[in-house]
Design a protein around this ligand. Structure first.
Ligand code: BGC
Length: 765
């Protein structure tokens, strides 16, 4: 149930195992550096499945990924995100009765996520088997103010008794990752990756340091407890664990609070994780919990001021969209050492890997709201450019870089190359994101220091990969976004993104030359003007498949020759298809897991006429299963572009509720961050029709029937613009910055203060 826009709340907590696992994800706490799944502190009964995980963004070990056949260049190791330790366990005993929601009687229960305050909570009124009644309120926070810090505030009120209270609080470094042999989307086994490397207790603070088995990294966790009244706190080491026993007395109607602070530090960000943990703990202890809460709220006040989306007339969807937006700030890395994983820091699905999800689905949101975060994300790709160079050489390319399809620290981690390494469009995606950031901010500095090199080196790779045939530049044996079609020639999305990449390499060369900043970079990477002419020539000659008969862009050269999969008569139980059919079966059909050519018609829309886009949309809609959570939001955007507002709304509604309603049945493994960014795009790029082009901003608003109004703010260059769209008019207000050129329904205006334009409906758009 949604109580107000920024609070998501569930009452009468379920004891159903599957739902509990979903809620471990839905209510997790994260801040971009650490992420803690939301397990009940007191645990679950024997036999319950649970993923009790705490993660650090970018922290990994190396896992074996043996290939059955030792073919040249196949990858036999991957980076995998680690479960760092457990510091969320707390057992409570009242007069020797152990609190658990599975015994005694739960008189009232709820849990919530407060996205304004940045905390999660659980409240339980419980009657113990002996009749003692307590109210337990537990609040958790991963601090945006101090990224290393996770806090638990555990309050107990005695409702009808006086007596003893005991807490047994755990700090456990002997943990493993979750594994599941039956799901290709998560790891199949979980060896012990973290090796104990020292345990200490100093001033009742426990420190556990571990090192990884292969990647040469070190991590330290430190835990400290505070009790709100007199009592005893004893901390004991036991192997690579530390247990704290905390005892006190409680009187009827009294509330006692245990505070548990954990800090996480690692050797990626500091040379000595133990001394860094000591410093971080000192810093945390130096502040009251209330002031940490105040900092958290202040951080989020600013965040929401930039990012809040309001939809009048659709409270549930507003809440779902804001839930998604909140997850993005929780998940995205806050430094150059990391990125944003497909599942954020909420679970182990996809092993903490970063994909193209970042550039194509998440960065567009940050470009408009918190461009400094995009800067980090691009900087991360830049930091790993040498790894991308090695990857290209491993694949036999004599020049350029090839970014890995999935990775943590820059090396390729996909074991199944047909729908992994072969997805060369990752290069086009990263190049696109450099340009998108530049167009939104006009930040020349990032372009000169990092972005340009990415653009030139990715462009070089296309030159090495592609070839001329009949005067056209063609790209063979690649996989596009749709993973139900692999290793094809001339995937439309790949070719069009390569063209854009090459064109922007040429433009960037000019931009840097004009700015007088070209030479050092050209010298560094040996870039000659002749090569730029080659980029230009290949871009102009780029082959973009088009079928005259159907008037659409075929997904690739052979796509339209295949049989069409009978989606309508495929039983519901057979979806997602990837869990029920051999990949080769899927490859032989016209069936799409996700938007592919349709995505091109949004991202690279200017390469085709609106008629082609309309026909392509109609065609691919019939053969797309949306088995990927990255799909419906894109169909929504293109439906909006085509003025199909009801359709756009239906796609959007299905897409936006994905994790809150577990519609893909795998939220237990983590949230779907790309989908979350995609839902934001469905509103801002879809219904409001925003595009950022070289000439300026474009809007082409329409409003779904159930909505009265929707509004949001965007940052663009030096300005911030408020956009309010209702059934009668669209209003644009310049909140800060200088005048801007904006196109509304393709007519040019100069936005000085406020601009009001009559709204159009889908047909008139
Ligand atoms: C999708 C990919 C995506 C990955 C991670 C897969 O199911 O097909 O496009 O990058 O999930 O989200």
């Amino acid at each position: 149930m949604i109580t107000k826009q920024l609070v998501y709340e569930v009452e009468n907590l379920t004891m159903n195992n599957e739902e509990l696992m979903v809620n471990e994800t839905v209510f997790h706490n994260a801040n971009g550096y650490i992420g803690i799944r939301s397990n009940y502190e007191e645990g679950y009964p024997e036999g319950f499945d649970t993923i009790k995980g705490s993660y650090i963004n970018g922290f990994y070990d190396i896992a074996d990924m043996k290939q059955a056949e030792n073919l040249h260049g196949l990858i036999e190791e991957k980076q995998t995100m680690l479960n760092i330790g457990d510091t969320q366990t707390i057992y409570l005993k009242i007069n020797d009765q152990t609190f658990t929601m599975y015994e005694g009687e739960v008189l009232y229960s709820k849990r919530w996520l407060d996205m304004e305050k940045g905390i999660t909570g659980r409240k339980v009124v419980w009657r113990a088997p002996n009749g003692n009644e307590v109210e337990v309120v537990i609040k958790r926070m991963t601090s945006f103010y101090q990224l290393s810090l996770f806090t638990i505030e555990y309050s107990v009120t005695a409702l009808n008794f006086s007596g003893d209270i005991e807490f047994i609080s755990g700090h456990n470094g002997e943990v493993r990752n979750y594994s599941n042999n039956n799901d290709p989307r998560i790891a199949r086994e979980s060896p012990r990756y973290l090796i104990a490397d020292g345990a200490w207790i100093q001033e009742k603070i426990s420190y556990l340091r571990s090192r990884t088995s292969k990647s040469g990294l070190e991590v330290c966790t430190a835990v400290k407890h505070f009790l709100s009244k007199e009592g005893s706190i004893e901390v004991k080491l036991n192997g690579h664990r530390a247990d704290a026993n905390i005892n006190t007395k409680i009187s009827e109607n009294e509330t006692i609070t245990l505070l548990k602070y954990t800090v996480f530090t690692d050797s990626i960000r500091s040379s000595d994780s133990l001394s860094s943990a000591k410093k971080e703990m000192e810093k945390a202890i130096g502040l009251t919990l209330q002031s940490l809460y105040d900092h958290q709220k202040a951080y989020l006040d600013e965040y929401w001021d930039n990012c809040l989306l309001e939809i009048k007339g659709d409270d549930d969807l507003t809440a779902a969209v804001n839930y998604n937006t909140y997850q993005l700030i929780q998940s995205v890395g806050k430094d150059e050492h990391c990125n944003i994983a497909a599942k954020g820091l909420s679970g182990e699905g996809y092993e903490g890997h970063y994909f193209w999800d970042t550039e194509m689905y998440i960065q567009p949101f940050f470009n408009l709201t918190e461009a400094n975060i995009t800067k980090n994300l691009i900087s991360f790709r830049y930091r790993t450019i040498d790894k991308a160079r090695e990857n290209a050489r491993n694949l036999g390319h004599s020049k350029g870089v090839l970014y890995p399809w999935r990775t943590i620290m820059g090396v390729e981690c996909s074991g199944y190359f047909p729908s992994g390494t072969a997805a060369y469009h990752i290069n086009g995606d990263i190049a696109y994101s450099v340009v998108a950031y530049y167009l939104a901010t006009k930040d020349m500095d990032l372009l000169e220091t990092k972005g340009a090199e990415i653009l030139f080196e990715t462009a070089r790779l296309w030159m090495d990969l592609g070839h001329y045939h009949d005067g056209k530049f063609k790209i063979h044996s690649v996989t596009g976004p749709d993973e139900y079609t692999c290793l094809v020639n001339n995937n439309y999305f790949t070719n069009v993104s390569a063209r854009y990449n090459l064109e922007w390499a040429v433009k960037t060369y000019e931009l840097l030359r004009e700015a007088g900043t070209l030479k050092p970079l050209a010298d560094k990477i040996g870039l000659e003007e002749e090569e730029i002419f080659e980029f230009q020539r290949a871009a102009e000659a780029m082959y973009l498949p088009y079928d005259d008969k159907l008037g659409i862009n075929p997904q690739d050269d052979s796509f339209l020759e295949k049989k069409v999969w009978d989606i309508e008569n495929t039983p519901e139980s057979k979806f997602p298809l990837l869990l029920h059919y051999h990949p080769l079966t899927l490859y032989r059909y016209q069936v799409c897991k996700q938007a592919d050519t349709v995505l091109s018609h949004f991202i690279f829309e200017d390469y085709q006429s609106i008629e082609t886009i309309r026909k392509s949309f109609d065609y691919y809609e019939k053969i797309t299963t949306h088995d990927s959570s990255l799909s419906r939001c894109i169909f929504s955007i293109v439906a909006s572009k085509l003025g199909l507002v009801d359709k756009a709304y239906d796609y959007f509604g299905d897409s936006a509720k994905l994790d809150l309603f577990n519609t893909h049945k795998n939220t237990k493994d983590g949230i779907h961050t790309a989908n979350m960014g995609g839902n934001y795009m469905a509103i801002v790029y879809g219904f409001a029709g925003l595009r950022i082009k070289e000439e300026g901003l474009y809007f082409s608003p329409l409003i779904p029937k159930p909505w009265k109004e929707f509004s949001f703010k965007i940052n663009y260059e030096d300005s911030q613009i408020m956009v309010e769209i209702n059934k009668k008019q669209s209003k644009f207000t310049l909140l800060k910055g200088g005048p801007k050129n904006i196109y509304v329904y393709d007519s040019l205006y100069t936005l000085l203060n406020t601009l009001v334009i009559d709204s159009r409906n889908g047909d008139e758009r």
